[in-house]
Design a protein around this ligand. Structure first.
Ligand code: ADP
Length: 656
């Protein structure tokens, strides 16, 4: 339940995990784009505000200059009313003209409008007209000084404005003082150079017609402009400023450049990080898949796996191992020997092997037993190999453990069956030889009977004659009887030895010795069919590691078959030879007969159990021989004898 909830929240969080950084990055890009525009707009604003402030300052300067001039004219006017000497007025007028270059001329007009005195650049005979006339009349009517609207002195000439100061003596109008200002000079004199350097300044009329300009650093760009009315009584001029600067450019802006650069760097590193994370996620996914695959594989294994570190501590076990020892992983992982699954009877073995492991010597493959938690012993086959990390350093050992109970059981079953088989084969052989036994025993028994009968006759005759028995006559008969009895006993013993049931036991055996051990039995078979036996196996032939009884069995079967194969051949050919050689570490023993040989149809089924061409044959002899020889790691083959008959040969590994 909890797991399902966690996975659901994880699923929900998945798009969120990407949405948030994606939104932030988009926001960041938007800010990056917006920031330069904003900086540009701010700079633009700042420049505009600066222009307005500077224009205001210039306007103030212009007004200040005109006010100063007005004041000087007013004090001259006051003097004029008192009619001082003309020379003095002339001096004052020229002083005024010299002090203010913008003053083009000064005139003293009488009450009738005629000039009483004038100085400066005067157009001779010019009369007051137009805008100037209006201002003059207005000033007189309102008794207040007044400026005229700007006008040009001549067509295409410089623009000027007139200033009229009406003069009164008491309430009587006595004339006017008129001053003409050259607007261009006014601008040049009043506007400071630093302002003119950055701006085109102009005085314009109401209809935007230029009256005067000051352009020191080229025409204005029309980007930053400002107009301000020059508030003079009677005149309505406008001061217009136009900056020579263009709009601020985007890239040279250091701040913007830096921000863009940093932003790009950030984006690049974000992209790199993103790529890295994507790669990592991919690798993690692959790893998870590998892990799932590995876990599934380990869980499906029937082979137990156990990892140990260099101190012998168990670091990992798979489910199959837990099943073999019947313990849960928690009781195994992290534990150091002696382990819970060590059987007490094999403790010494484990300790010895563990000490070797700690010393760095492992037995790559060995068989041992484990004790399951319920006490049952489990035979196991262990393969061990060093565990190496990614740097090539050994970190411990990995062992794979095979439960070989089934194999062991099968082996035991096979062994038992083998034993039963050989026992029955022995019995079968015994059946065959029992008739020969009867025949063989017949001889000694008959001899014993006749010797004892002779001895009895001697005794009977002595009793009749009342004479004592001649011991010299009796002794050889009894000795012969005893010898024959021993021979009979020997025959019976060898048969008994042969049929005794026993476990196969391996030992070093000499093949010549084996043949000699069963020579009596072979002889018995041979004599029945008048076959002579040649044992040519050299005594120097190396020994083999084998069960003596099984080898006897094999040799008896092979010799019996050879003898029986020769029962119908000419008596002089009835020779059975046994040879022994050593080739390539293998001891070869060959049983050679000169019998009827083996037809191809018979050869095909020769080793099949219960295959026999004989009326009373069981057909088990060769099958048992082959099994017995292969049990000893050897091979049994046959081929035709070039001199007629058959040749059976078995090879066994030689033991020096
Ligand atoms: P059995 O001797 O009881 O028949 P075997 O397995 O010993 O069973 O032999 C199987 C058959 O192989 C025999 O019946 C015989 O036909 C054939 N055979 C075995 N040895 C020889 C031999 N030396 N020469 C010819 N035939 C042989």
């Amino acid at each position: 339940m909890i797991k399902a909830f966690t996975s659901l929240t994880q699923q929900l969080r998945w798009p969120l995990r990407f949405l948030l950084p994606a939104t932030l990055v988009l926001l960041f890009i938007a800010v990056l784009v917006w920031l330069p525009w904003q900086a540009r707009a701010m700079e633009s604003n700042e420049r505009q505000e600066q222009l307005i402030a500077d224009t205001l300052w210039v306007e103030q300067s212009l007004r200040f200059e005109l006010n100063r001039s007005e004041d000087a004219l007013a004090s001259l006017g006051t003097e004029l009313v008192n009619q001082p000497p003309h020379a003095l007025i002339e001096t004052r007028m020229s002083q005024l003209l010299n002090n203010g270059h913008e003053l083009r001329s000064i005139r003293w007009l009488g009450a009738d409008g005629a000039a009483i005195m004038e100085q400066g650049s005067i157009v001779p005979g010019a009369t007051v007209t137009g805008a100037s006339l209006t201002a003059w009349e207005y000033a007189r009517a309102t008794r207040a000084s007044r400026y005229s609207e700007p006008f040009a002195i001549s067509a295409g000439g410089p623009a000027v404005i007139d200033f009229y100061l009406p003069l009164y003596r008491g309430r009587q109008y006595v004339g006017s003082l008129a001053a003409t200002y050259d607007l261009k000079t006014l601008l040049e004199e009043t506007v400071p150079w630093w302002f003119a350097q950055d701006n085109a300044i102009a005085l314009i009329d109401r209809d935007d017609r230029p009256l005067a300009r000051r352009v020191a650093a080229g025409p204005g760009r029309g980007v930053y402009t400002h107009k301000r009315v020059l508030d003079l009584p009677g005149s309505s001029m406008i001061l217009s400023t136009d900056s020579v600067k263009g709009p601020p450019r985007l890239l040279p802006n250091l701040l913007v450049g830096t921000v863009i650069l940093l932003g790009l760097g950030l984006l690049a590193s974000l992209a790199a990080l993103w790529r890295h994370i994507a790669r990592r996620l991919l690798a993690e996914g692959a790893l998870r898949q590998q892990m799932a695959f590995r876990t599934a594989m380990e869980n499906s294994l029937v082979t137990g796996l156990r990892a140990r570190d260099l101190t012998g501590r168990v670091t990992y076990v798979n489910p199959a191992f837990c099943q073999i020892v019947g313990l849960p992983p928690e009781e195994l992982v992290g534990k150091v020997p002696p382990m819970a699954y060590w059987a007490p009877e094999a403790m010494a073995d484990y300790q010895q092997r563990f000490a070797a492991v700690l010393a760095g010597h492992i037995t790559p493959q060995f068989e041992t037993i484990f004790q399951r938690s319920d006490g049952v012993r489990v035979p196991v086959l262990i393969f061990e190999a060093p565990l190496v990390d990614s740097d090539g350093r050994q970190t411990g050992w990995m062992g794979s453990i095979l439960d070989i109970s089934d194999r062991k059981n099968a082996e035991e079953l096979a062994r038992q069956q083998q034993e039963k088989l050989s026992a029955s084969a022995r019995l079968a052989t015994m059946g065959e030889i029992s008739s020969m036994l009867a025949h063989e025993l017949n001889q000694p028994l008959a001899a014993i009977s006749s010797y004892t009968t002779g001895a009895l006759n001697l005794l009977g005759r002595a009793a009749e004659q009342g004479a004592s028995v001649d011991a010299a006559l009796l002794k050889p008969a009894l000795e012969q009887a005893s010898a024959q009895a021993r021979r009979a006993g020997q025959i019976i013993r060898s048969v008994h030895e042969f049929v005794k049931k026993r476990e196969p036991q391996r030992q070093l055996v000499q093949l010549r010795g084996v043949v000699e051990g069963i020579a009596t039995l072979i002889e018995m078979q041979a004599s029945k069919h008048f076959v002579s036996i040649h044992n040519d196996i050299p005594a120097s032939l190396p020994a083999v590691s084998a069960d003596r009884m099984l080898l006897e069995q094999v040799l008896l079967n092979l010799t019996r078959n050879g003898i029986e194969a020769m029962q119908d051949v000419a008596p002089e050919r009835r020779v059975l030879r046994l040879t022994g050689t050593i080739t390539g570490g293998q001891v070869l023993v060959t049983v050679i007969d000169q019998g009827h040989g083996i037809a191809p149809a018979v050869a095909e089924r020769l080793f099949s159990p219960f295959f026999s061409t004989k009326a009373e044959g069981m057909g088990m002899g060769l099958s048992i021989c082959r099994t017995a020889i292969e049990f000893h790691g050897g091979t049994l083959t046959h081929c035709d004898n070039p001199g007629g008959g058959t040749l059976f040969r078995f090879a066994l590994p030689a033991r020096p």
